[in-house]
Design a protein around this ligand. Structure first.
Ligand code: SAH
Length: 511
């Protein structure tokens, strides 16, 4: 019987095969409640981001080779649950499929520690789905067997029934890369036809996924040639032949590319999701943080003058957020802008303004400063223009509109600063290597150069640097960095398209 009161619990959670999106809703719920997360090397560490409140303990491979003994893991679970904590035991794939989850559950049961098992997407199912191999087929392939490839098939006392495996439907071997030659030999010796198609799927569901397909008689040699190492599953059976045409994941235009996103933490999400949907591994490393001005005096003075102002120019979602934030803080709202013409630079800025209840009056089609000037110069003679801007932003808009006869106020609305700890995070990511770096503003470029350090900058010579627009490109060149490609317009979609074009000289995904 469970006792009420302060008692710990262990959630044995299947983290899924790699793609963090493949954890279950229940798994996420448990993870978010955890006070301690104890995780393995096959559980994607990105999932730890869902449990920032918890202590994180790694119990996977140590120094690349040695695993923590299972008994030690049991003791860790008991220790933390014994202190009344909520423990998330995060395991790759499913905890009860070759994951020693059974042993952990049995230990907890014996120790009287409450537990719950949250299933996960196991590697066989995930690899099949992401490689485009339906594991069964109606009327044709009627069974699926998950097999451990860990034991040496050459051993006389093998626990596996090879004659029956050789005649079963689809087989999926886990942990079988070392024994692949022996596995293939055994199946052939027991009558599986040499032409049976086999797929080896490595790092399934991640941007490092690799799939090799060959007939059973050749698969071992081909895998060796290709240098395929664990983690990989081996899928054996006629269903593998159905893969052609179904490999949706590997066909994505940025599949296999690791791309660095340097936007603020708040803004990176939209771009990383877009890149992920195109098959890339998007790594976010915020290189700027947006902070309010040192004091609000300048902005407040302008807010007081809204009744005599004719145009308001907002050039980014940051500007929208801070401007309306300050307006509200001072007791105002959208009605204070009723006599103004609101100019929104860029579609994202326009939507942010709409979300504030105001439909922008003017949205320049060309979103660089030059485009704003071209649109406004003929309209502003004798008018008062308010352009709340970032510290250190370009002078062009102010200068040209003044020349066109406007009175232009340019209070500093926000500053961009390097985020705390940004340098170490960036250097760690660069040390692992990236296939491209994307810059969405001049300040990200400047902070990148300052934070990457000279060694990394030098090593990056062969890595393409992509820019969102002319201004960002100018900053890159000024700092001695070559621009591999520039987005055709200053939007994230155009930036993603520029990446695709760079890697493929390719087809338009965003026509
Ligand atoms: N509990 C896990 C299996 C752990 S055993 C699950 O349900 O998936 C470790 C083996 O799982 C590896 O040797 C490999 O065969 C397989 N594996 C785990 N993740 C994988 C991945 N992303 N791609 C291919 N194989 C994987």
């Amino acid at each position: 019987m469970q006792k009420a009161g302060k008692q710990g619990i262990v959630y044995l959670i299947g983290a899924g095969p790699g793609d963090p999106g493949l954890i279950t809703v229940r798994g996420l719920q448990c993870l978010r409640q955890a006070q301690v997360v104890i995780y393995d090397h096959l559980a994607n560490p990105e999932l730890l981001g869902e449990a920032p409140q918890a202590e994180h303990l790694y119990v996977g491979k140590q120094c690349g080779c040695h695993y923590r003994p299972q008994e030690e893991i049991h003791l860790l679970l008991a220790e933390h649950a014994g202190q009344g904590k909520v423990v998330a035991r995060l395991k790759g794939g499913d905890p009860f499929v070759f994951g020693r989850g059974g042993e952990e559950a049995q230990f907890l049961e014996t120790a009287g520690i409450p537990f719950e098992v949250v299933p996960g997407v196991t590697a066989a199912l995930a690899a099949a789905a992401y490689a485009g191999i339906p594991l069964t087929h109606r009327g044709d392939i009627a069974s699926l067997t998950l097999v451990t490839g860990h034991e040496d098939p050459a051993k006389e006392d093998s626990g596996l029934n090879w004659p029956s495996l050789a005649n079963a439907g689809t087989l999926v071997f886990y942990m079988g890369m070392t024994n692949l030659p022996a596995i293939a030999d055994r199946l052939l010796a027991h009558g599986r036809p040499p032409g049976t198609p086999v797929a080896v799927v490595r790092w399934a569901t991640t941007c490092r996924q690799q799939t090799l397909v060959a007939p059973l008689a050749q698969i071992a040699a081909r895998a060796q040639e290709a240098g395929l190492r664990p983690p990989a599953v081996i899928i054996i059976g006629e269903v593998v032949a159905r893969r052609s045409g179904l490999s949706w994941f590997e066909r994505r235009p940025l599949f296999g590319r690791r791309i660095l996103v340097t936007r603020t933490a708040e803004q990176a999400g939209a771009f990383t999701s877009l890149l992920q949907s195109l098959g890339a591994e998007a790594v976010a490393c915020p290189l700027i943080a947006i902070v309010p001005p040192e004091d609000w005096q300048e902005v407040d003075a302008e807010l007081d003058r809204l009744p005599e102002t004719d145009f308001l120019i907002l050039t980014s979602t940051n500007a929208v957020e801070l401007f309306f934030g300050r307006l509200r803080q001072r007791g105002g709202d959208a009605r204070d802008l009723h006599r103004l013409q609101v100019v929104a630079v860029g579609p994202k800025t326009a939507s942010a303004i709409e979300a504030e209840g105001i439909r922008p009056d003017l949205v320049p089609t060309q979103t660089e400063a030059e485009g704003v000037v071209e649109l406004l110069a003929p309209l502003v003679a004798g008018k008062r223009v308010l352009y709340p801007r970032a510290a250190l932003s370009r002078e062009l808009i102010c200068r040209e509109l003044t020349a066109a006869g406007a009175r232009v106020a340019v209070p500093v609305l926000y500053r961009t600063v390097p985020p705390p700890g940004g340098g170490e995070q960036l250097q760690a990511i660069l040390a692992q290597g990236v296939d491209a770096v994307t810059f969405t503003s001049s300040s990200t470029v400047e902070n990148f150069v300052a934070l990457a350090g000279p060694d990394h900058l030098q090593r990056l010579a062969a890595t393409p640097l992509l820019s969102i627009g002319a201004q960002t490109s100018r900053t890159l060149r000024r700092l001695g960095l070559p621009v591999a490609a520039e987005a055709r317009e200053t939007t994230l979609e155009a930036m993603a398209q520029a990446l695709i074009d760079y890697f493929h000289g390719g087809n338009d995904v965003f026509p």
